[in-house]
Design a protein around this ligand. Sequence first.
Ligand SMILES: [Zn+2]
Length: 192
Amino acid sequence: MLCPQCGKENKNTNIKCEYCGYELINGEEIKNDATKASIKMVKRFVKIIFGAFCLPLLIIGVVFLIIGIKENMAEVTQAKDYVETTGHLKNFINCKVDDGTEVCEAIYEYQVDGKTYTASPKMTGTRNAFKKEKTILYNPNRPQENVIYAGYGIFIIVGLCLIMAAIAIIFSKRKIIKRLEQVEEQNLVNIN
Ligand SMILES: [Zn+2]
C-alpha cells in the first residue's frame, strides 16, 4: 500500500510507514470500520423504523383504553339501579349519505307498564348495522330515562391489543439491537 503522507510503497502488513513513520491503516481495519459503520447504520434504521410504529401504536392504544374505560364507567354508573328490558328497532332518523354510504341513527321502542318509550343508541351506522333487538336499561322511577350500552368494551379490548403490540415491538427491537451488538463485538474480537 502507498503511504498517504510520503507516497512511498509499503508492505500491506506494515503498521507504520518504513520511510516517514506515518501510522498506516491496514485493509483489515478499514474493513472493520466499514462493518462498524454499517452495523451502526442498521441499528439506527431499526430504531427509527420501530420507533415510527411503536409510539403511534402506544398512543392510539392508550387513547382507546381511556375512552373505553371512561365511557364504560359512565354507562355503568348511570345504569347502576336501572332495570333491563328489550327494545325493538322501530325506525331510522337523521340519515346522511357519507362517502356514498348512508348512515343513520336508530330508534328503539320499549314498554314499561303498558307505556311505550323510545331509546336511541349513541351511535350512527348503516341500516343493517343495527340489531332488531337491543338490551335497554331504564330508570324504574322515570322509565323514559334509559341507557343502551354502546359496546365500549371493544375500545378497551382494542386499546389493550394495541398496547401489547407496542410492547412486543419494543422487546423485539431490543432483541435485534442486542443481536447487532453481539455481531459488533464478535467482529471486534476477530480483528484483535
Ligand atoms: Zn511515509
